[in-house]
Design a protein around this ligand. Sequence first.
Ligand SMILES: NC(=O)C1=CN([C@@H]2O[C@H](COP(=O)(O)OP(=O)(O)OC[C@H]3O[C@@H](n4cnc5c(N)ncnc54)[C@H](OP(=O)(O)O)[C@@H]3O)[C@@H](O)[C@H]2O)C=CC1
Ligand SMILES: O=C(O)CCC(=O)C(=O)O
Ligand SMILES: [Mg+2]
Length: 740
Amino acid sequence: MANPTIVWTKIDEAPYLATFSLLPIMEAFTKDAGINWELRDISLAGRVIAEFSDMLPENLRQSDELAYLGELVKKPEANVIKLPNISASVPQLKATIKELQSQGYPLPDFPEEPQNAEEEKIRLKYLKCVGSNVNPVLREGNSDRRLAEPVKEYAKMHPHPMKPVEPTSKSYVAHMDKNDFYQNEQSFIAPRNMTVAIEFEGKNGTKKVFKEVELEKGEVFSGTFLNRKTLREFYEKTIQDAKEKDILFSLHVKATMMKVSDPVMFGDAIRVYYKELFDKFGKELEEIGFNPNNGMSDLEAKLAKLPEDKQKAIKETIAEIYKKQPRLYMVDSDNGITNLHRPNDVIIDASIPATIKNGLKGWGPDGEVEDTVITVPDRTYARMYKEIVADIVKNGQFDPTKVGTVQNVGLMAKKAEEYGSHDKTFFPPEDGIIRVVDTENNEVLMEFETEAGDIWRAYTAKEVAIIDWIKLAVERAKESGLPIVFWLDSNRAHDANLIKYVVSELAKYDLSDVEYHIMAPEKAMRYTLRRFRKGLGTISVTGNVLRDYLTDLFPIIEVGTSARTLSIVPLLAGGGLYETGAGGSAPKHVEQFIKEGHLRWDSLGEFLATVESLKLARKQGANEKTEVIADALSKAVGKYLQNDKTPKRKVGQLDNRGSHYYLARYWAEELANCGDAELEAKFKPVAKELVENEEKILGEIAAVEGKPADIEGYYHPNEEKVAKYMRPSETFNKIIDALR
Ligand SMILES: NC(=O)C1=CN([C@@H]2O[C@H](COP(=O)(O)OP(=O)(O)OC[C@H]3O[C@@H](n4cnc5c(N)ncnc54)[C@H](OP(=O)(O)O)[C@@H]3O)[C@@H](O)[C@H]2O)C=CC1
Ligand SMILES: O=C(O)CCC(=O)C(=O)O
Ligand SMILES: [Mg+2]
């Protein structure tokens, strides 16, 4: 049998930088396992280059490695460590193009308003690189996310700060109460393999087939829409309420993953908050092509197209608006970056937990922390946030040394649910009816009365994915002894169909040792929090969106960051995908690194994923040493946490590179006493050398700190330079490279 291959993904930002230091260590320590390591580029810049390679000179071309991995994950030999990558907004895409152009890549500009067929083609190619377009391709399995025992222990020993919350806190979650996705949902289970057409018939006679969709027998197909007029009225009311309560206004959506629908909801908040601006300068704003869906940064970028007196008048109006409207929640108050500046700055799964961590407060324009209305328009998932926020106001801030744990089993495989809806999201061009029709017999299966501009979307969950998800939940319940709670709402048409599956599938198992519940999200949250505050563990079994939200929410409360989560995706075809952490690519960390040479990224997620990946490699044919090496790594991670060698926040303290030194040292120490004579003989001197050179190595790393790290790029830096900065210790490199 050929040696198994572990694929490590090359991605963006902080975890990309950390890779330059960490991957050589992984290769060095696993040399005797009989595995191959492969680095595959799925970074934003890499995907842009691959997408346009036909237009690039030969030496600049790159193959489409995402497409390659998309095929690999459907095969049993897949063993992929997926680090978090950027889900880019249009402004980020444009910045990437600009950077690549400056490096000599003859790429076309992003045609915002395509003037001809050629430009439209280019635009569509670029749009393939926007939003969350990596994860859905790789996620050919459901998700199992939880905190490993030593990670929980670490948090109890070294609790992260959680700011107190007073019972007088005015912060609360605001959501719509009618005409949202929650209210308008319809759903059916496909009785056979079939094709449905999504059709539109306008009041003025427009007829159009939006799309035909193939469904597999047993697939749950759901459709719904959100009324934009009601949305804007809701914003109006919420903004007014923030003003009256004298608290910040904040909006939390997922414009990255939900790249078609959520930017529009984000844009509507701008249209309402800055209404006076549109009333006064509607014509000019249209002329320069300002698109509120891209945030106020888009206006900033395009303002120069107007004569100076107009620019001045617009700026004055904006300043007036800030005086009249409630203060905005800030992303960066020092630089005047508001919540409404860019659609991807405030991403709901991370941003609400950050607000919770901060004592249910955000930063206002003057840099002061203040209470805030947390606006989450659609009720489907907003209600569970409302529940936890109200719970905190009532019962006080969570104490990481006392709380229990909330694990998750998420229905994710095959682009499940809303996260697979982008190509089935439509905006009716006029008032009219959207129908879902069985093409075989023209039977109308669903009918929605929509208004012009409403956001209509369809999404599905495939039978194989649902059944596997329920199986995974039962397995996790049996392994852990914890109760499982299916967060499903019988008042939702989609969930009602999932409940049918849950009931019929659970009947097939011996559940004598399993406690299970089916509860709507707010009730599930209440139940889970009661246990959580008592220090008990619970497994949330959820759809794809709640998977995403809850696996940031609870880990951030429990251990400070979701980067410390173990995130396993057992692939349907038998391989494994190990996502590192549940969080993102930490843009703030890169800023700090570039400015002062300190990288605060904790690679713990990567360490944990590697343990799991090695265990799978063993099953895939790697030799018996692999298991020993994986065990040693697992123990080394325990030591790393016990001795608190995680990177610290400030320049001059231990950073990512220093933390990797400790990991390597503990790993070597474990291997020096692992019971395998060959490995022991090999690693005894390595451990010794690492211990003896501790001061020297840390000194060599410290020497490059406190000054800028000029890596010549953000999205596509100079890799020689990155490698130089990320491996600054000659002494350490020599020890590691001798093992490779
Ligand atoms: N699976 C994936 O591929 C995911 C990708 N993303 C993408 O990542 C980007 C950034 O997302 P964002 O929502 O800002 O969230 P991030 O998770 O990147 O960052 C939020 C904060 O979490 C903390 N943090 C995250 N990772 C680590 C780590 N390894 N070590 C220490 N602290 C960490 C940092 O807080 P501090 O240091 O201040 O304590 C950081 O500023 C977006 O493009 C998003 O789409 C997001 C989620 C998942
Ligand atoms: O793919 C993305 O855009 C983000 C994914 C995410 O947040 C998650 O998996 O938790
Ligand atoms: Mg997430």
